[in-house]
Ligand binder design. Structure first.
Ligand SMILES: C[S@@+](CC[C@H](N)C(=O)[O-])C[C@H]1O[C@@H](n2cnc3c(N)ncnc32)[C@H](O)[C@@H]1O
Length: 308
């Protein structure tokens, strides 16, 4: 079977981006993860990917192969007549942040928590030279590999890694995205610092996360689940989030957008048949989660690494 990742091409691209020291440790980890040891379902997923070349030209066969990689959380994708209508209308988030990006043309970009690479591909379409995505969820990485079997973009690599496992990037990136990741961190300030270390002086952080309403500067830790999610740790108010960013050394902090997530933007579909946002909100009061907390609202913030 064809290699799922073109390691020589990855090494060459990393080297050219000043990340040559990533190649050996990253390849070792990625090989380990992209194997039956990485996940009990690996062989089933790999078989779905292997079916893609033969399915091309037959919409129903292609759709079957791609559906075998469900649930699809981020999309939509249009692939040779197959529309992957994922749980999230991720195009809407992209539309909210696109105009706030420093130009991506020719840039080296890191996407932390990249999921299946939906945004990485949007970054490439906006001109980025190289996009490296990291995400520990193997299925999402395999979804990207499936998509890329069809679209063949040689400037995006989505790697099955936690951000904390990546070697120091020593300012190799022009733009670093962290979207939907901060509230899953037990130590969000460490996460912001590590993100800053990836950026060259003048490089841009694009941070997207959940926040709590309120004028005071404070953060809320749900005693248990939040909107049915188990792993939510700290939800700051906007003021608190700006403090975290300035304390970790960012400058030029700008709130680009705030939005309350709608059941139009995040919903169950044929490609993600499990429960979604609707079931996480109080049916009597959709302004509250089922646990009684304020319903999810999200912010996009950009900030600059000023350098030393
Ligand atoms: C809510 S999703 C957000 C996906 C996408 N960035 C977006 O904005 O739609 C969070 C993603 O972060 C990934 N993730 C969780 N912990 C991570 C970590 N330590 N390093 C990198 N990614 C992580 C998850 O696997 C998941 O795909």
């Amino acid at each position: 079977m064809q290699e799922l990742v073109d390691f020589p091409a990855l090494a060459a691209r990393l080297d050219a981006a000043g990340l040559g020291h990533w190649s050996t440790p990253v390849e070792a980890l990625v090989r380990q993860r992209l194997s039956p040891q990485g996940h009990g379902d690996f062989e089933r997923w790999a078989a779905a990917i292997a079916a893609i070349p033969g399915a091309r030209g037959d919409e129903q066969a292609l759709k079957r192969a791609l559906l075998a990689l469900s649930p699809w959380r981020k999309g939509p994708f249009e692939l040779e007549g197959v529309r992957i209508d994922a749980e999230w209308r991720s195009d809407r988030k992209w539309a909210r942040l696109e105009s706030a990006l420093l130009p991506l043309a020719g840039r080296t970009v890191l996407d932390v928590g990249s999921g299946n690479g939906y945004y990485a591909l949007r970054m490439r379409a906006a001109g980025a030279g190289l996009v490296v995505g990291v995400d520990p969820t193997l299925l999402y990485v395999l979804q990207f590999i499936a998509v890329n079997h069809i679209i063949r973009d040689d400037g995006v690599f989505i790697l099955p890694l936690r951000f904390e496992e990546t070697p120091p990037a020593a300012g190799a990136f022009d733009t670093t995205f962290s979207m939907g990741v901060l509230y899953h961190q037990r130590a969000p300030i460490d996460h912001l610092r590590q993100l800053r270390d990836t950026l060259r002086p003048g490089g841009q952080l694009v941070l997207e996360t959940l926040f709590m309403p309120g004028e005071t500067s404070c953060a809320f830790t749900p005693p248990d689940r939040y909107a049915r999610m188990r792993n939510v740790w700290l939800l700051p108010t906007l003021g608190e989030l700006e403090t975290w960013l300035s304390r970790t050394g960012y400058r030029g902090i700008e709130v680009v957008d705030t939005s309350v997530t709608t059941t139009d933007e995040q919903r169950s579909t044929e490609w993600m048949t499990f429960e979604s946002l609707r079931e996480a909100l109080d049916p009597q009061d959709p302004g509250r989660t089922v646990e009684g907390w304020p319903a999810p609202r999200r912010v996009v913030i950009t900030a600059i690494n000023p350098g030393a």
